[in-house]
Every structure is written in structure tokens, then in C-alpha cells.
Design a protein around this ligand. Structure first.
Ligand code: DP6
Length: 329
């Protein structure tokens, strides 16, 4: 057999962070998270099941890939094969239309697009929750890119066989923007899977993070639903900085910040002191992402670009969930 499908997915940024997995179950998050899926940047992934292939193949941004990325891809494909009865190996061609080192979560959009394309190519008629669960089993944050706008993923519970994200509000709910202050192009940071594992195993603050994260998540959700920046913003910042505090207390410390990161953090505080709604979040890397009102995005970006060490900015707005497309557009 030869069967091909193409899917598109967008990265998402967590406003309430996921960091750490449950000790039980399979790839279950230890805390609830809430994110916004971003427009303007996309991963396009083509999956072809082909009986003539001896092994799964992965081509990333035009170059053959092996090792860890291919292992994770095969892991997802194996689940699809098990469920569909398709036995053929697959060729996976995936590319990002945004720079891979842009500091935006490319693995979330990658595994969301792969889950959608692979399940469709195998003839499985999965609903969005089943696709989200499939993506989550390989990468937790990818579960959220199945949804457009704003969505949540609850923490895992003992006995969970499936766990999917769910919509909190559509993209039209609130004209928010995320201004990404890019502080470094290249070399790779400690990956999030590795960083959170090390945090959970060695940081004395990890239990405190797991205990306190649900309340921050609830506040982020309340602020979002009420469109109230004064509720949303401080909780977004606290969620990110509490996650990093737990990582910083690991032995040895997992430090994602650089000098430019801290300069950018201080600028966000100055922007806020000047009366603009601007709050920061930081993922497993040195870039600072500023959550602001859509109409303030250009002004915030201009100010962030003045910060020493900030190389450029990207303005992103709420976008759509992952979907099958006719061709590679
Ligand atoms: C800091 O989803 O990449 O971006 O589940 O091990 O694949 P795995 O980790 P991943 O972690 C994302 C961590 C984060 C916060 C977030 O997106 O919630």
C-alpha cells in the first residue's frame, strides 16, 4: 500500500506552564497547563505509509534525521500502526516555515502535525481528543496544538489511559499578542523533557511547584475567561518563574536564562511601569515572550528590540488547531 496525508499545525505557548511528569502512567503531566496556539508560524508534515520501505524515515527541513527525533516519530507511528492494523513503515517529511531556533516550541507543532497526518494516512477516523491524546503520548505540549485559540490540559491522574487537551476559548475570545524577544540563534538548550526530568529527580522545590501550579493555572484561566489582564498577567509570570525556580534549584542547576534574558525581563517590568499591559513568560530556552494586548504589540516589540542582547522580535497572535490539508500549504 501507499497512502499519503499532509497536516499543518502551529506552535503554542503555555500561559500556565507544564513542567514535570507523573511517576505513574505514560507521559502524564504532573500539573495542569493552559496555552494559546499561535498563528503565523506553521509546521507542515507529510506522512506516507509505503510497503516498500524497510524502516521509518524522517526528513526535517529537507535533511534526513535520525537518533532521538526519529525514535520519537517511530514511537508515534507505532501507536498508529497498532490501532489501525497498517503494517507499512512510513516516510515523514516535516518542515517549519519559521526558523527552528526562533525560540518557539517547534516540537509541539511537529508532533501535533504528525499525529494528524499519520492517523489520517492510516485511515483512522479520530476525533480531536483522540488526536490530542495521540500527540500527548509522545510530547505533552503537542496535545495542546490540536486546538486553536486557548486550551487546557489537566494534570494526569492515576489510571489515566487517555488524556487530551480541551478548548477553553476560541481564538476570537481575546485579541492577545505574544511578542517573542529572540535572544539567541543556535546552540540547543537542555531539552524540556530532559530538563524537567532532572528537576523532578533532584530539585527540592519540585514538590512545591507541583503543589502550587494548579492554583496559578486556575488564576490564569479565570483571567482569560474574564478578559482581565490584571488577573491573567501576574499569574502567567508567576507560573513561568516558579517553573524556572524549580529548575534552578536542581542539582546541578538547570539554567535557561542568559544575561539577555534578564535584561529583557527588566524591560518588561519597565514597559509595565509605563502603563502598558505586558507580562512575560519563558520556556526551556533564553527567549522572553511578552503577553500583551494586540493593539500594543508593535509598541512592545519596538521596546524589546532596544534591549541589549535581543536580536529580533516575532509578533504572534492566536491561531487555529492542527488539521489535514490537501497539499503542503
Ligand atoms: C517549558 O512538551 O516539550 O514548554 O512532554 O517531554 O515532550 P515532553 O515535554 P514538552 O515540554 C514543554 C515545556 C514548556 C512548558 C509548556 O509548554 O507547558
Amino acid at each position: 500500500m501507499i497512502s499519503t496525508k499532509v497536516a499543518v499545525a502551529h506552535p503554542n505557548i503555555a500561559l500556565a506552564k507544564y513542567w514535570g511528569k507523573r511517576a505513574y502512567g505514560h507521559n502524564l503531566p504532573a500539573v495542569p497547563s493552559l496555552s494559546v496556539t499561535l498563528a503565523g508560524m506553521a509546521t507542515t508534515t507529510k506522512v506516507t505509509f509505503d510497503d516498500d520501505l524497510a524502516a521509518d524515515e524522517l526528513v526535517l527541513n529537507g535533511s534526513p534525521a535520525s537518533g532521538e527525533p526519529l525514535t520519537r516519530v517511530t514511537n508515534l507511528l507505532d501507536r498508529v500502526r497498532l490501532r489501525s492494523g497498517v503494517r507499512a513503515k512510513a516516510r515523514v517529511e516535516s518542515s517549519n516555515d519559521f526558523p527552528t531556533a526562533s525560540g518557539l516550541a517547534s516540537s509541539a507543532s511537529a508532533f501535533a502535525a504528525l499525529a494528524v497526518a499519520a492517523s489520517a494516512a492510516a485511515g483512522l477516523d479520530l476525533d480531536v481528543a483522540e488526536r490530542s491524546d495521540l500527540a500527548r503520548k509522545t510530547s505533552v505540549s503537542a496535545a495542546r496544538s490540536l486546538f486553536g485559540g486557548f486550551c487546557e490540559l489537566r494534570a494526569g491522574r492515576e489510571g489515566d489511559e487517555t488524556l487530551a487537551a480541551a478548548e477553553v476559548a476560541p481564538k476570537t475570545h481575546w485579541d492577545l499578542a505574544v511578542v517573542v524577544a529572540v535572544t539567541r540563534e543556535g546552540p540547543k538548550d537542555v531539552g524540556s523533557s530532559e530538563g524537567m526530568k532532572h528537576t523532578s529527580l533532584t530539585s527540592p522545590y519540585f514538590p512545591a511547584w507541583v503543589e502550587s501550579a494548579p492554583a496559578m493555572f486556575e488564576t490564569v484561566k479565570r483571567g482569560l475567561l474574564a478578559r482581565d489582564f490584571s488577573v491573567l498577567g501576574p499569574a502567567v509570570e508567576q507560573s513561568a518563574l516558579a517553573m524556572h525556580a524549580a529548575a534552578l534549584a536542581a542539582a546541578p542547576a538547570t539554567i535557561y536564562f542568559t544575561g539577555a534574558t534578564l535584561e529583557a525581563v527588566l524591560e518588561v517590568r519597565r514597559i509595565r511601569a509605563s502603563g502598558l499591559d505586558a507580562y512575560l513568560t519563558i520556556d526551556a530556552g533564553p527567549h522572553v515572550k511578552v503577553v500583551t494586548r494586540g493593539e500594543l504589540a508593535t509598541e512592545v516589540a519596538k521596546r524589546m528590540e532596544q534591549v541589549p542582547g535581543v536580536l529580533r522580535t516575532i509578533i504572534a497572535r492566536p491561531g487555529d488547531g492542527a488539521r489535514v490539508v490537501e497539499s503542503g500549504a
